[in-house]
Design a protein. Sequence first.
Length: 201
Amino acid sequence: MKNNITKIEANAKGLKSQGAGTLIVKEFPTRATTVSRISAYIDQLGRTGIRPDLIIVDYLNLLSAGQHVNNTYEDGKILSEQLRALTYQTQCPCITATQLNREGSKKENADLTSVSESFASAMTGDFLATLWSTDEDKQNGIMHMGVQKSRFEKNWGVCNLKIDYPTMTISEIEDDEITEEMMPDTTVQKSVVQDLEDWMA
C-alpha cells in the first residue's frame, strides 16, 4: 500500500466529495488494549462533539480481555461479548475480524466451525461473513463474501466483490461487469449487500 499512496489519497478524496464523513484512526498497543479503553476513547471523542457512526476494530484477537482467562475460547467469548455490549452503549455498529483455523483456510466459503481460537466469538456476533479468493480470482481482482450467520434477515448467500490489491480497495461489482462464471453467486449479491446497508443504517 505504501507504494500507492497517491491512488489511496485520490480514492479518499472521491469518497469525501460524495458526502462521506471523517475517518479517525486510533492506534492502541497490541494485546494491551481492552474494550473498556476503546469505550473511554469514544467517550473522549464525544466530549469534543464527535459521535462515530461505525467502529472498526482491527482485530478481535489482538485485544486483551482485561482479566485472567484459562484458554483462548474464554478469551474470544469475553472479548466478543464486550464488543457487542459496546455497540449497545454507543448505539453504533462495530465491525471486526478474526482468523480461520488451518482447515478453514483451505476451504472456499468456510463455515462457522472454521473460526480459529474461539467458536464462541462466532456465536456472539450478530452477523458473520467469510472472505475468500481462489488463485484465479486473485489474478482477476475478485473476492467472494459468504454470509455464515445473520440475526437480521437472510442467513445465507454469497456475493462477488472487486478488490484492488495494491490499495486493498474492495467494491461492489456492477451488473454490466458480471461474467457467466459469477452468475450463481450474483443471483443473491444485491440482497446480501442490501442487508448489510440496512444493518449499517
